[in-house]
Design a protein around this ligand. Structure first.
Ligand SMILES: Cc1ncc(COP(=O)(O)O)c(C=O)c1O
Length: 411
C-alpha cells in the first residue's frame, strides 16, 4: 500500500485552512515514524507542519495536496517549510525573501547547473563565482572566502552530485563575513554532513523534484525548506501572487508570482517518498561497486580519477562522476557500445554566454574539470551486473584511447 493511502481518512479529511488539530498532527507524526521518519529527519517537526498547512491552505491547496506536503516537509527535515514549484523560482524567491536584490552580490560555485546562478540574476543581484576543490569538485571555505567582497550578501552552497561540502568551514566563513547561506540541495535528498541532513544548514534550502532527481515528480516540482517561520511566510506569499499570510484571497502585500506545487505532483511525490531511503542506499552500494572495480583496474590518476568523498559526508550519488583526460573520445567509445553517459557540466557557469558579463577572473579548478568530467550510469534500478559491464567497457575504452594517442605520438 502506498504511504499516502495509509494516511488516516480522518486526518486527510480534516485539514481546512488553519484548522489542523493537535490530535491530527500527532496521528500524522505517528504515521511518519512508522515510515522511518527518524532516519530521514534532521530537525523535529515541532509546530512546523501546522504553519505549513495553514500557509498552503491560503495558497488554495486541496486537502490531498496539503496532506502530501506535510509528509514531504517532514521527510525533508523542515521544522517549518514551504513547498513550491519550479526550482529557479525557489532559489530566486528565497533570495528575494531575504531582501537580496539589486546592488547585492551572491556567491555561487562555478561548477553547477546554470539555474543556481540564473536565480541570482533573476533576483536582480550579481553572481560572484567561486572556484571548486580539485578533488571533490565542491565549493570550499577557501574558495568561498576568496569570492566574498564588501557587497556580498549571501552564498548559495551547492551539494553537487549528492555530496554536501564542508559545511562546518563554510558556515564559519559565511558567519564571519555576515552573509546568509542558502543551500542548493537539488541533487542531495537525504545527503548529510556530520550526521546532519542537507536542508538543515542554511537560512533556506532549495530542493528540486525534477523527474531525474533522487526524488523526482512526474513533472516539474521543487521545495524550499526553512526553519525560520517568518521566511517561510514570506516565500509562500511571494509564490502565491503576494497574498498576505492568513488574509483574504484578494489581500496582497507584495508583487509575487505563481510558483505553487500542483496536487498531482505532491501526491506522486509522497507516494515515492516511502522508497527514497531504500533507493538512496542502493545508489550508495552501486557507487561502492563502481569505486572498487575502477580502483582495482589499476589506471594512473593521469588516466582516470575518482572524486573524493569526505569522511564526514553521506554522499547520496545523484550522479557518479569520474574524471578522464581524454573524456570525449572515451565517451564516444562508450556510446558506440550502447552505454549512455553525461557531462555535468561541460561549461562552467562563468563561461556560459549569458553569464560571462559577471565572470570574475579565471577559476582554474572548475575550468579544468569541465573538460574531464564524465557521469556514468547511476540510478537505483541499475543492477550489479550492469555496473560490471559499464566498468569493463570504460576500462576497454580507456585502453583503446591510450593506444590510439600513443600511435598519434609515434607518427
Ligand atoms: C544543482 C542544480 N540546481 C538547480 C537545478 C534546477 O532545478 P529544476 O530543474 O527543478 O528547476 C538543478 C536541476 O537540474 C540542479 O541540478
Amino acid at each position: 500500500m502506498s504511504a499516502l493511502a495509509e494516511i488516516p481518512a480522518r486526518l486527510s479529511g480534516d485539514m481546512r485552512a488553519g484548522s489542523l488539530r493537535r490530535e491530527d498532527l500527532e496521528a500524522f507524526e505517528g504515521l511518519l515514524s512508522q515510515h522511518g521518519r527518524g532516519a530521514l529527519l534532521v530537525t523535529g517537526a515541532g509546530d512546523g507542519p501546522l504553519a505549513l498547512s495553514t500557509g498552503l491552505a491560503s495558497a488554495g491547496a486541496t486537502r490531498g495536496m496539503r496532506t502530501a506536503l506535510l509528509y514531504l516537509a517532514n521527510i525533508l527535515g523542515a521544522s517549518a517549510g514551504s513547498i513550491l514549484t519550479g526550482f529557479v523560482l525557489t532559489e530566486r524567491l528565497s533570495l528575494t525573501a531575504l531582501g537580496i536584490g539589486a546592488g547585492d552580490e551572491v556567491v555561487v560555485p562555478a561548477n553547477t547547473f546554470i539555474a543556481t546562478a540564473a536565480a541570482v540574476v533573476r533576483a536582480g543581484a550579481t553572481p560572484r563565482f567561486a572556484d571548486v576543490s580539485d578533488t571533490t569538485l565542491l565549493v570550499t571555505p577557501g574558495t568561498l572566502a576568496e569570492a566574498i567582497t564588501p557587497r556580498t550578501r549571501a552564498v548559495i552552497v551547492v551539494h553537487l552530485f549528492g555530496q554536501v561540502p564542508d559545511m562546518t568551514g563554510l558556515l564559519a566563513v559565511a558567519g564571519q563575513a555576515g552573509i546568509a547561506v542558502i543551500e542548493d540541495a537539488a541533487q542531495a535528498h537525504g545527503a548529510e554532513w556530520c550526521g546532519n541532513r542537507a536542508g538543515s544548514f542554511g537560512a533556506a534550502a532549495c530542493f528540486s523534484f525534477y523527474p531525474g532527481k533522487n526524488l523526482g515528480a512526474f513533472g516539474d516540482a521543487g521545495a524550499v525548506v526553512t526553519s525560520r517561520p517568518e521566511l517561510a511566510d514570506r516565500i509562500r506569499s511571494l509564490a502565491n501572487h503576494g497574498r498576505s499570510h492568513g488574509a483574504s484571497h484578494y489581500d496582497h502585500d507584495c508583487i509575487g508570482t505563481n510558483s505553487r506545487l500542483d496536487t498531482l505532483q505532491a501526491i506522486l511525490l509522497s507516494g515515492k517518498l516511502a522508497r527514497l531511503d531504500a533507493w538512496t542506499e542502493r545508489r550508495i552500494a552501486l557507487a561502492f561497486r563502481y569505486r572498487s572495480l575502477l580502483a582495482d583496474a589499476g589506471f594512473s590518476a593521469a588516466e582516470l580519477k575518482l572524486t573524493d568523498v569526505a569522511p564526514q559526508a553521506r554522499h547520496v550519488y545523484h550522479l557518479f562522476v569520474v574524471r578522464i583526460a581524454r573524456r570525449d573520445s572515451v565517451r564516444a567509445e562508450l556510446s558506440r557500445r550502447g552505454i549512455q553517459t553525461g557531462v555535468h557540466y561541460p561549461v562552467p557557469c562563468h563561461l556560459q554566454p549569458p553569464l560571462r558579463r559577471f565572470a570574475n577572473g579565471p577559476l582554474p579548478a572548475a575550468e579544468q574539470a569541465a573538460g574531464e568530467l564524465l557521469s556514468l550510469p547511476m540510478f537505483p534500478h541499475l543492477t550489479d551486473g550492469q555496473v560490471d559491464v559499464v566498468c569493463e567497457a570504460l576500462c576497454d575504452a580507456l585502453r583503446a584511447t591510450m593506444i590510439s594517442s600513443e600511435l598519434v605520438n609515434v607518427r
